[in-house]
Each structure stands twice: as C-alpha cells, then as structure tokens.
Ligand binder design. Structure first.
Ligand code: ATP
Ligand code: MG
Length: 300
C-alpha cells in the first residue's frame, strides 16, 4: 500500500496525463502483487490463519453473441477470507454487478472457477446450488426487494419460514435481529409505512436470518440519504465486528467504501488496485478519493 500512497503523492504534484498513467500502472502492478499474495491462499494482510471462504480464479464473463460480444470480466482472481469486509468500486460498466452476481452464484462465468467453501460451484447441480444459496449466502439489493403485502416481521422471517423452521423460532430470531438493527418498534408495519433506511435495515435482517456466511450487497446505500446510509454502514460494521458474516458490497460511493476493510477498484473488467484500510476511516476515505482521481475521474 505504501507503494500506492507514494505514487499517489507524485500524481498530486504532477499535472500531465503521462504521470497519471505512469502512476496507474504502478498502482496496478502494486495491487497485482497483493492480489497474487492473496491468491496463493495465504492471507497476507488479514492474518495468516484466516480461512478462505470464496475464491475465484481467472474469471471471465462475456455477454452477447459473436460479433456483438461484450467482455464484462477479463480474468479476475480474488480470495475472500472469513470475516472480510470488502467493497468493490469502479466506474459504471466496469463489471461490478457482473462480478457480484457470479460470486453470489446468481450468474455463471464464461470461464474460470468460483470456489465457495472448497467447492467449485460452476460444476454443481441446480439443487445443490439452491441449497448453497439458502444456507450460505445472503443478498441485499439497492431497492430493498421487500414484499409490499407482508409486514416487516413477516418479510424478515420469510427465508426461515420457507425453510420450514417453526413459527416460534422464526419470531424469536426476527425480534433478535429487529432489536439489533433498531427496528423493534416497526416490525408490525408494512414496507410503505417505513422510511428507506428502515426498509433497507429490514432487508439486511432478512438476509441475515438464515445466518449466511457471506452477505452480498449491490449498492445498498444507493437509494438512501446520507444519514440513513451511515446507519446502514454502521450496521454492516457491527455485523462484521461480531463476526456474524463476511461482507462483500458493491458501491459507487467512496464514503460507503471507506467503511470496508479492503477496497478493490475495477476498471474495464479487471481489478486495477486493492486498498487496505488499516486504521482510520477518514484517512482511508482520502486515500480512496486520491486513487479515484489518479484513475482519471472522481467517481469509481
Ligand atoms: N445481460 C447483459 N447483456 C449484455 N451486456 C451486459 C449485460 N449485463 C451487463 N452487460 C455489460 O457488461 C458490462 C459490465 O456491466 P455491469 O452491470 O457489471 O457494470 P457495473 O460496473 O455494475 O455498472 P453500474 O455501476 O452502472 O451498475 C457493461 O458493459 C454492460 O453493458
Ligand atoms: Mg451495477
């Protein structure tokens, strides 16, 4: 990371494109090494004894037929360790949602391996895949995806009741999560009676009720104002601090990303760099902004 920071300082003092692109390649190769260290299954920055939860190897994704092909992902390697909190950033069209959908088993890669808990999920049956999704994965979407005709309590409990868990246990668990996320007074309301922040926190409760190993979130703060966004990010941090779930979040927003422990920046279907937070969140935010600026835009 030092290497990146040093180069970033050079970028700040220089004004020509040449220096910016020079610094980009340093960032890329710097991060490339870090990614390679991670891909060797040894946790370099996050503690050598941490367990790998999800790995992808040489992942590519093409959309469309020959002649109209879009290469959305162009060979990505990534290792996610237990209790990581990762943000994926990048300009619009850089492949963030495509990557998230493949990591979370919603979509399949064109080439490459996706290894969840030691199993290559590209090779397993649809039945096994549904079980894996049900037991190990939680999703949070930008637009909450709560069912309008159910109360918040029923929305949160839905994945458990679909799994045949007795009603008493569903209610206990819903109240536990509701308390944790400051929703206990709102559980009997319908989604239209809730604020956006309350709806999204409810969606996080619903995603966590099955105790998944990984929580995937695509632009979870995208529809929220800054106060509600901050509350949601606090909840994510609490979940992660309590080691309840590993979190992988896609975001456009450097502020949201600065709550993560590591940020990967995608550009044109490849990982351009990885930043690790280490200490202070504000300092991390400044670093993310610096790297975005060096990549030729203020929005990653
Ligand atoms: N179903 C699809 N068919 C064809 N092309 C697609 C499809 N989905 C995505 N793409 C293309 O793949 C590339 C990556 O798209 P993706 O949605 O992953 O980007 P993104 O980084 O999530 O962008 P945004 O920030 O705008 O959400 C884009 O060029 C997009 O047009
Ligand atoms: Mg997207």
């Amino acid at each position: 990371m030092k290497k990146i920071t040093n180069k970033m300082n050079q970028t700040k003092t220089a004004s020509s494109n040449e220096v910016v692109s020079g610094s980009m390649s340093s960032i890329t190769s710097g991060s490339g090494n870090e990614t390679a260290d991670r891909s060797s299954n040894k946790a370099v920055n996050s503690g050598a004894d941490k367990e790998t939860i999800l790995e992808i190897r040489n992942l590519t994704k093409d959309y469309g037929a020959k002649g109209f092909r879009t290469q959305a992902l162009k060979g990505i390697d990534l290792t996610i360790l237990k209790n990581d909190f990762i943000a994926i950033m990048g300009p619009s069209g850089s492949g963030k949602t495509t990557l998230l959908n493949i990591l979370s088993s919603i979509d399949k890669p064109t080439q490459g391996q996706v290894i969840l808990d030691g199993k290559n999920i590209a090779g397993i049956s649809n039945q096994e895949l549904s079980k894996l999704r049900r037991d190990k994965i939680g999703f949070v979407f930008q637009d909450y995806n709560l069912l309008d005709t159910m109360t918040l309590q029923d929305n949160i409990a839905l994945p458990l009741s679909l799994n045949g868990v007795p009603a008493k246990r569903c209610i206990e668990r819903t109240f536990e999560l509701g308390r944790m996320f400051g929703l206990e007074e709102h559980l009997s309301k319908y989604p239209y009676q809730l604020s956006g922040g309350q709806r999204q926190r409810g969606a996080v409760c619903r995603a966590l009720i099955t105790d998944p190993e990984i929580l995937f979130a695509d632009e979870p703060t995208g529809a929220l104002d800054s106060k509600a966004g901050k509350e949601l990010l606090r909840c994510f941090q609490m979940v992660n601090d309590r080691k309840q779930a590993t979190i992988l979040m896609v975001t456009h927003d450097a502020y949201a990303a600065s709550w993560a422990k590591d940020v990967y920046i995608l550009n044109d279907g490849t990982v351009k760099c990885r930043l690790s937070r280490g200490g202070d969140r504000r300092e991390f935010y400044d670093r993310i902004i610096d790297v975005q600026a060096s990549m030729g835009g203020d929005r990653a």
